[in-house]
Design a protein around this ligand. Structure first.
Ligand SMILES: [Cu+2]
Length: 284
């Protein structure tokens, strides 16, 4: 009987370590940003805290099934649970401690990972306006008067302030490797601060189903190794013949199209983001 029990426990721990290593791999391979790193740590802390409950419960389930089995001749079954102070204090104290611990972590990380919170860095923050359309992403660099569709770029270790809105329905702006997602909503402006700590090209997407062409609503986020590379990218866009210098050009972008290619626009209409927002705010 003991043998069978040992085998079960062994299988359980093998299975458990496979899950843990898989989770570690899945999380840490995408550790490309400061925010993402903090989010990963938070998830791992919560996960291991919950193991304090899950492991004893699984262990006891297997143990009790064997110990109080009908075929176990050596069992001594003497239920005497009424007013057991030991049992009562264990089943109340542990959850209270865990809930208290988790609430402190939740409060602190909610403040800490607020998407509207500025990220401290020696490098100057870059502002990028983002407008979600049917079904593509429009990125505007107000300080450089350029825009692009389905491609955004910035230098490494530089905080980015995204100002977001939607030109059509609600979508969700998400670069999974860099951290937090945030909703874009028509007539509303939201802010999101992100920073990339590794050079590379990351996938961006909408995490909110928004219609028929949604599956093609993807963009690439290019992280350059220095400002020079970033300015070259901007110069390249400045050469584009397409422009967005009046609101009608913007309206022509709003025509729904699926699987749109990357497009560049030089000479962008000033304050386009706020214009798009005010379009939805009709006061009667
Ligand atoms: Cu909302």
């Amino acid at each position: 009987m003991i043998k069978k029990f040992n085998i079960l426990i062994f299988i359980f721990f093998v299975f458990f370590s496979i899950i843990i290593s898989e989770i570690k791999y899945k999380f840490f391979i995408y550790d490309y940003s400061y925010i993402r790193e903090k989010e990963n740590n938070l998830i791992l802390i919560l996960f291991f805290t919950m193991l304090f409950v899950i492991i004893p419960v699984i262990f006891m389930t297997i143990f009790f099934v064997y110990k109080y089995n009908e075929n176990n001749k050596n069992k001594i079954y003497s239920p005497n649970w009424k007013d057991s102070y030991i049992v009562e204090s264990i089943i109340w104290t542990i959850p209270i401690i865990i809930i208290f611990f988790l609430s402190i972590i939740s409060i602190n990380s909610t403040k800490d990972l607020d998407p509207r919170k500025n990220i401290n860095s020696i490098n100057k923050t870059i502002e990028i306006d983002v407008i979600s359309l049917d079904w593509c992403w429009l990125f505007i660099y107000p300080n450089y008067k350029i825009a692009s569709i389905n491609e955004v770029s910035f230098p490494v270790n530089t905080p980015i302030k995204f100002n977001l809105t939607s030109g059509s329905v609600m979508n969700s702006f998400f670069i999974p490797s860099l951290g937090s997602q945030i909703y874009t909503m028509p007539g509303a402006k939201t802010k999101l601060y992100l920073i990339a700590n590794h050079v590379g090209v990351y996938k961006g997407l909408s995490a909110n189903y928004s219609g028929n062409g949604f599956s093609g609503m993807k963009f690439s986020a290019i992280v350059f190794k220095n400002n020079n590379e970033f300015f070259n990218w901007i110069k390249n866009i400045k050469k584009s013949k397409n422009s967005l210098n009046n609101i009608n050009n913007f309206y022509s972008l709003q025509i729904s199209r699926k699987n749109r290619e990357i497009e560049y626009f030089s000479n962008v209409y000033p304050n386009l983001l706020n214009n798009v927002i005010s379009k939805f705010n009709c006061k009667n």
